[in-house]
Design a binder for this molecule. Structure first.
Ligand code: FAD
Ligand code: EPU
Length: 338
């Protein structure tokens, strides 16, 4: 384990906002978790686990220790109950894991291609895209309970996944996820009904589909829709799509007939936050270096030099105007720190 002191986090978050951490603990192997708990025990410091920082907004400096799992690796464990199991280490890049499974002939993760971030963070908000969520192929994970100092295993039930939600998201900073095991079905089921995916595959017949081909299509759509954080700081969707009752959705639809609605389980409907934000006139808006992407209304951006606080103030104004116009509360998706 390496401990660095008074570290800039600007390169450790995809918003590229400046914030400093008192300490940065870089874990080079899962075994470093033991050394970390010893190191923490002697100090009265707050801590925060950080992967690639693609779903956080630092509003100010962090007075404690940022814990960064840097260990990588993907292992094919074998087959069980109609699925092939892969275990990946927390610091592995999520997209590299997707590519590794596809290269080994497995399917199930193709719709989740190109989501930034690490494997260890993926269960925290149950990452999802193009009609698939992590929970559909999640088997189990190992985490260090940082409060009790013990290793724990979580199966799908214990992980308690929801839309952009999990047991880990509801207990921030309690767990350090060390590895994640996925169960990918031996008989693949293609999911093509979301967001123009079928069109991007030119309505290819079933016999011509493969995980690699679907993954390519998902990458193409994502590149065309979302700004690349390497060029323009952002954390993907800044707000979750609000889930409301069918009755509330119908009332809104009668006032706004074009509002996109998506089914969200028994009696519930997901509203498009992007559409509501665009309708309020925010798309492409800029206030100093903080702004809303002209490409996608749900993505707040840092044009260069914006502070986390400036981005947060803009987010609050957007929340207030959507609440005024639609009577709907938007909740931030990224972790707001500070
Ligand atoms: P971080 O941002 O570092 O951390 C996120 C949260 O997880 C924090 O609360 C942190 O404390 C916690 N955490 C991180 N690692 C661990 C660990 N090992 N153990 C315990 N807690 C941990 N998300 C989607 O779901 N779908 C998308 O389509 C999508 N598209 C995106 C597109 C762009 C351009 C960007 C920038 C982001 C997008 N995101 C998307 C959000 C982001 O990619 C995911 O939330 C990702 O899982 C974050 O990974 P990370 O390693 O960067 O986590
Ligand atoms: N739309 C607008 N204006 C825009 C963009 C979109 O009105 O500027 C409307 C369109 O009508 C479109 C609808 O919003 O049909 C949905 O847009 P999109 O397909 O881009 O999806 P999203 O709801 O904005 C969600 C996830 C994304 C994920 C995509 C694809 C959330 C909060 N976001 O976005 O995840 O990649 O679907 O599945 O659920 C993330 O979590 O960071 C993220 C990028």
């Amino acid at each position: 384990m390496q401990i660095l002191e008074n570290v800039s986090l600007k390169r450790c978050n995809t918003f590229a906002v400046e914030a400093r951490a008192r300490y940065l603990a870089v874990l080079e192997s899962a075994a470093d978790a033991g050394a970390l708990t010893d190191w923490l025990a002697g100090r009265d410091l707050p801590w925060l686990v950080l992967g690639e920082g693609s779903n956080v907004l630092f509003r100010r400096d962090f007075p404690g220790v940022i814990i960064h799992p840097a260990f990588t690796g993907v292992e094919r464990l074998g087959e069980q109950a109609g699925a092939v199991h892969f275990r990946a280490a927390a610091g592995e890049r999520w997209h590299d894991l997707v590519m590794a499974t596809i290269a080994q002939g497995a399917a199930g993760l193709e719709n989740l291609s190109l989501i930034p971030g690490t494997v260890g963070a993926a269960p925290v908000q149950n990452i999802g895209a193009y009609g698939v969520e992590l929970q559909s192929c999640f088997h189990e994970l190992t985490a260090l309970d940082l409060r009790e100092g013990e290793l724990r295993r979580f199966d799908r039930e214990a992980a308690a996944f929801g839309y952009r939600d999990s047991h880990f998201k509801r207990h921030p900073d309690r767990y350090l996820i060390l590895d994640v095991t996925l169960a990918l079905p031996l008989e693949p089921v293609w999911r093509l009904d979301y967001g123009g995916l079928r069109d991007a595959l030119a309505n290819a017949p079933e016999t011509q589909l493969s995980a690699a081909r679907i993954s390519d299509a998902v990458c193409r759509i994502r590149r065309s829709k979302l700004p690349d954080p390497a060029r323009l700081g952002n954390a993907g969707s800044f707000f979750k799509n609000p889930v409301v009752s069918r009755a509330q959705a119908e009332a809104l639809r009668s006032r706004f007939p074009e509002l996109p609605l998506f089914p969200a389980g028994e009696g519930a409907v997901k509203l498009s936050a992007a559409w509501m934000i665009e309708r309020c006139g925010w798309k492409g808006y800029r206030r100093g270096a903080a702004g809303v992407s002209p490409q996608h209304a749900l993505v707040l951006v840092n044009h260069g030099g914006a502070s986390g606080e400036a981005i947060w103030r803009l987010a609050r104004d957007i929340q207030a105007s959507v609440a005024d116009t639609f009577g709907v509360e938007l909740s931030p998706e990224p972790r707001i720190v500070g």
